[in-house]
Design a protein around this ligand. Sequence first.
Ligand code: FAD
Length: 370
Amino acid sequence: MTRPLRVAVVGSGPAGVYASDALMKSSTDVEVDLFEKMPAPFGLIRYGVAPDHPRIKGIIKALHRVMDKPELRLFSNVEFGKDITLEEMKDYYDAVIFATGAVGDRALPVPGADLPEHYGAGEFVGFYDGNPLFERSWDLSAESVAVIGVGNVGLDVSRILAKTGEELHVTEIPDNVYEVLKSNKATEVHVFGRRGPAQAKFTPLELKELDYSPNVEVIVNPEDIDYDSSSETARRESKIVDQVCTILENYAIREPKNAPRKLYIHFFESPVEILGEDGHVTGLRTQRMEYDGAGGVRPTGRTTDWNVGAVYSAVGYRSDALPGIPFDGSRTSFLTSAAASSTRRPPATSPPPTSPAFTPPAGSAAAPSA
Ligand SMILES: Cc1cc2nc3c(=O)[nH]c(=O)nc-3n(C[C@H](O)[C@H](O)[C@H](O)COP(=O)(O)OP(=O)(O)OC[C@H]3O[C@@H](n4cnc5c(N)ncnc54)[C@H](O)[C@@H]3O)c2cc1C
């Protein structure tokens, strides 16, 4: 008797859900079990995307449509490596797909990084998005803060720090987050990138909307608007890079808006030390960089101390290793071909996990929807 192919997918973020969808849309007769360590699905769309970005959060609707398919079951509150192992999965499934994302903050390797007011962006995002695995409260007593990293996560963090609690109250932020954001003392947010405007990783829409708040003034120093030949080439070759540069140029030359909270975007400033006194952050030292003539930047030796009471680093996320899955620690990524071959074995003989041999932990949603 033939039976459907049984596939387990670990991680119910967009990658896991869309991989499940692709399988179910294929010509193969397939049943998919989705395993998720959190109580609720959708990964960083739920616990990463900023609350004032409802358009992006809206993709949850499309993910729900996949979850409603009868061939798919969700087991939430089940952590791979703790509640279920690869060996156990091999007994139940013909294939296992790992889609566990990248949630850990990449380290900022500078002296002072261990001071308590230095935070990884992911920790703060986990707080304001109400992730139950993260802090429930946050110290927002610093009047001036630094954000390191010129990508969209850096923008999210700086925008949430710059906006007022009232502006964010209309979003779906939990009450405890609103109470904390309401007490935010920050009136200056300084964002730092070590290279130039053409190397920023912002997207135009997110960069432009920074300025929509009547309470926030985005400021760029005209001296930081500088391009070498590889920057010019990047602008010519990419519409996105060109749009980002144009928006930054406009921020640099426009008349002051006189909004009460200032959000400065600095380029060519590389963090060299988080300064502290009595065990607390008192500042950030950066070193001025310049183009090196070969498409990169080099240090000039000139440093600046910025008087800030907290530092948030948004310098990238990393994947974490999973027990039994080949992993490249230096690149913090899975060795996909090796991982795939490790699950290649004779077809699963046990029924999928509704049998007495596997009891989904209490609280799991073994129903075919989210
Ligand atoms: C702060 C931030 C803001 C972002 N903003 C935007 C934005 O505005 N627009 C946009 O398009 N993208 C945005 N992104 C990117 C987007 O969120 C990610 O690209 C996307 O979520 C990645 O999907 P994924 O499925 O690979 O991983 P994830 O969304 O991280 O999902 C992985 C899932 O695996 C689960 N998991 C992990 N380990 C285990 C385990 N051992 N057992 C079981 N389950 C496990 C996790 O709980 C999670 O649910 C943002 C990302 C971040 C971090």
